[in-house]
Ligand binder design. Structure first.
Ligand code: FES
Length: 351
């Protein structure tokens, strides 16, 4: 008998002994971060950053392949007995010596996962991880001049970049309601003191929302700068228009945490037929959120209409694409992206 056959026979025997659990379930108890296990991480620390944001320090398991500055990671967290997945930008540098990675999370109103991570996550908790992904990253060839344009938690992927690569000429314009809401404020001001960064903070409670045309005054050479922008849809829409009006749109790189919802309509009754649940939904809430809220196991990924990790058959009725307003009606073989689709009347989703 070959050693492979012996190993397989021994494993089968173990499976018989450990039924109904699998041997891997027992291994998970003693070594959850081992090579070969589903990729997990252990929360090792939670550091408050502002009143509603915290940095979560995670030790990833053996299969972690590392990230590129600016990328995000999907993290699966158990909240009230349900596994929920969200994506967060990685804020640690790629060469962190202790092998840990950090995400920095801002608690958003009604955000189940963000509030859990910021206010209730405890060191020692295991979370599920995906490999890092995303193309909001720096190029291999270093640009001569850089502008980071950020607002709120949009600073998080950029902080990953700032911590990773030093450029000769970096300007940041960052918007937050008040000084105490600026995440990483002390570190940013240290960089300014070391002349590694020129920073303009726009405090929107007193200064109002940034009028993008003010860049002419705040950063007169903005059009010459390779720019990375991350923040709410309003800021990014305005930036895209501004860069394009000036014919320099190829210098602007944007990252959105949420799709821009441009069209909402009437909702309806949504049935998740595989789970046997029916709920009322408005016409603006993505069916992914509706399903998760109802306790339905919903596959998901980026939650922004990019990865197609949420596609699900539409069995009956109609849904509206929140980005375009386009209505999709059920017919055999029709799949919808639940993260960017809302009910458009009564519908049945095969989950
Ligand atoms: S979760 Fe990525 S497209 Fe819907």
């Amino acid at each position: 008998m070959t050693s492979a056959a012996l190993r397989s026979g021994a494993w089968k025997l173990l499976e018989m002994i450990t039924t109904p659990l699998l041997p891997s379930d027992y291994l998970d108890l003693v070594s959850p971060l081992r090579a070969g296990a589903d990729l997990r991480g252990r929360i090792e620390a939670v550091h408050p950053e502002t009143g509603d944001a915290a940095t979560i320090v995670i030790r990833p398991g053996r299969g972690w392949r590392g990230h590129t500055a600016g990328q995000y990671v999907r993290i699966g967290v158990d909240v009230d007995g349900r596994r929920l997945w969200r994506a967060y930008s990685i804020t640690s540098p790629t060469n962190r010596q202790d092998g840990r990675v950090t995400i920095t999370v801002k608690a958003i109103p009604d955000g189940k996962v963000s509030n859990h991570l910021v206010h209730r996550a405890k060191p020692g908790t295991l979370v599920q991880l995906d490999q890092p992904t995303g193309d909001f990253v720096l190029p291999k060839a270093q640009p001569a001049k850089v502008l980071y344009l950020t607002a709120g938690s949009g600073i998080t992927p950029v902080m990953g970049m700032l911590r990773d690569v030093e450029f000769d000429d970096v300007v940041m314009v960052h918007c937050a309601p008040q000084p105490q809401d600026v995440i990483f404020r002390n570190e940013l001001h240290d960089l300014v003191a070391d002349e590694k960064l020129r920073l303009t903070e726009v405090h929107t409670d007193t200064d109002g929302v940034l009028d993008i045309a003010r860049l002419d005054e705040l950063v007169p050479d903005w059009a010459d700068r390779e720019t990375w922008a991350c923040g709410p849809a309003g800021l990014l829409d305005a930036a895209e228009e501004f860069w394009s009006e000036h014919g320099v749109e190829e210098r602007l790189h944007t990252e959105r945490f949420r799709p821009s919802i441009v069209v909402a309509g009437d909702g309806g009754e949504v049935t998740f037929s595989a789970t046997g649940k029916t709920v009322d939904a408005d016409g603006a809430t993505p069916l992914l959120d509706v399903g998760e809220e109802a306790g339905v196991l919903m596959p998901s990924g980026c939650r922004m209409g990019i990865c197609f990790g949420c596609v699900t058959p539409l069995r009956a009725g109609a849904v509206r694409d929140l980005r375009t307003g386009e209505i999709t009606e059920a017919e055999p073989g029709v799949l919808i992206q639940t993260c960017v689709s809302a009910a458009a009347g009564t519908c049945d989703i095969e989950r």
